[in-house]
Design a protein around this ligand. Structure first.
Ligand SMILES: NC(=O)c1ccc[n+]([C@@H]2O[C@H](COP(=O)([O-])OP(=O)(O)OC[C@H]3O[C@@H](n4cnc5c(N)ncnc54)[C@H](OP(=O)(O)O)[C@@H]3O)[C@@H](O)[C@H]2O)c1
Length: 333
């Protein structure tokens, strides 16, 4: 196509402008892998980019969208053939590089994985970076011997968000007893339906620990919230437990004691989906294809179009999005 529709962010004060524009394809930076985009998604980071937060974007105009799934139009490296389906996430797509909120994208082949044969493009974006991150977090916990079979629950914070929803669904499918913490008591039934056996209010955790070591509750945790929530979870994690630190929805800094490390052998594993190696991504996508119940995934999805993205950017930053938001670009593919 000679022109494409894209959501374009332009620098402006106090906030960037965000609008759907028609662009000549020649204005896109030419990389070897040219893809016709079927779907993208909305992640927390996309909300930050559209609202000009976190200095994630250095050059304007910019096309956000950290995730995309699409069909290969051409690949100058020969890695992919025209018609192949690929998923691209991370590698600073949608931050440093133009992303998935456009009808076409030009990528490096090393940024892509093949769409698993049992997964539809829409399901892949229902999962997106949030789901990939949830799977990487579980793989990190498994590596630290945090395994199903314990009577102690695996805690998921920010439970009704994207990472949280998928983490609950796959952890409960794997056999963990799952607890979710949420600031929205209206989502208790949703979280129970996804597989949480216990739902606790966010306020139980977000004021930080009362003592360096509190009563031991959690086998481990997948933490999307950070801040003093992470400090409190650390103080409540059982001996030899582990926390996968995923996000900062509640803050990026925390003050905590080293006692849980020294007297309980608790570990914290950092999760970075952006730079995760291709081998880990391929394993994670394969496991997500096997583990996630398509009907449950469908219940997590809200589908929107490019024009609705600015409104949803505000919603995700305000913690008002439930589950996953999929952005339809070309559903005829
Ligand atoms: N490390 C990585 O590679 C990676 C990858 C993806 C995402 N992330 C990060 O992980 C976090 C979650 O991402 P997401 O896509 O799941 O976002 P999301 O859909 O917005 O979910 C975040 C959830 O956190 C809770 N929350 C929101 N504001 C809060 C606050 N002030 N205090 C406590 N809890 C709050 C809300 O859940 P409840 O309403 O249920 O409480 C919200 O739904 C973000 O910080 C994101 O940047 C990191």
């Amino acid at each position: 196509m000679e022109t494409i529709r894209a959501l374009v962010v332009r620098e402006s004060t106090p906030l960037p402008t965000v609008a759907v524009e028609t662009l000549p394809t020649s204005t896109l930076y030419q990389r070897p892998l040219r893809v016709r985009v079927a779907y993208s998604t909305l992640n927390y980071k996309d909300g930050m980019v559209m609202r000009g937060q976190g200095r994630l974007v250095r050059t304007y105009p910019h096309v956000p969208g950290v995730d995309l799934v699409g069909q290969v139009l051409s690949d100058a490296t020969g890695t992919y053939a025209p018609g192949d389906w690929i998923i691209a996430t991370g590698f600073r797509i949608g931050e440093l590089y133009w992303g998935g909120y456009a009808e076409e994208a030009f990528l490096e082949p090393a940024w892509a994985v093949r769409l698993p044969s049992s997964m539809t493009p829409r399901q892949a974006m229902g999962i997106g970076t949030a789901g990939l991150t949830a799977m990487l977090a579980i793989m990190a916990l498994e590596h630290l011997s945090i395994l199903p079979g314990s009577q102690a629950p695996l805690l998921v914070t920010g439970a009704a968000g994207g990472v949280g929803s998928i983490a609950i669904a796959i952890a409960s499918r794997l056999g963990y007893i799952v607890a979710g913490s949420t600031g929205r008591d209206t989502e208790t039934d949703y979280l129970t339906h996804l597989g949480a056996s216990i739902v606790i209010p966010r306020s139980d955790l977000d004021s930080g620990p009362e003592r360096p070591l509190e009563s031991e509750h959690w086998l481990g945790c997948i933490d999307s919230v950070g801040g003093q929530t992470l400090a409190r979870v650390l103080a409540q994690t059982k001996s030899n437990g582990a926390i996968a630190s995923v996000g900062l929805a509640g803050g990026s800094s925390f003050t905590a004691s080293v006692m849980p490390f020294l007297l309980r052998g608790v570990s914290i594993a950092g999760i970075d989906s952006v730079n995760a190696p291709l081998s880990a991504r391929e394993i994670a996508w394969g496991r997500l294809a096997d583990l996630l119940d398509p009907a449950l995934l469908e219940e997590m999805i809200t589908e929107i179009n490019l024009e609705q993205l600015p409104t949803y950017a505000e919603k995700i930053l305000a913690g008002q999005v439930r589950g996953r938001v999929v952005v339809a670009l070309d559903t005829s593919l």
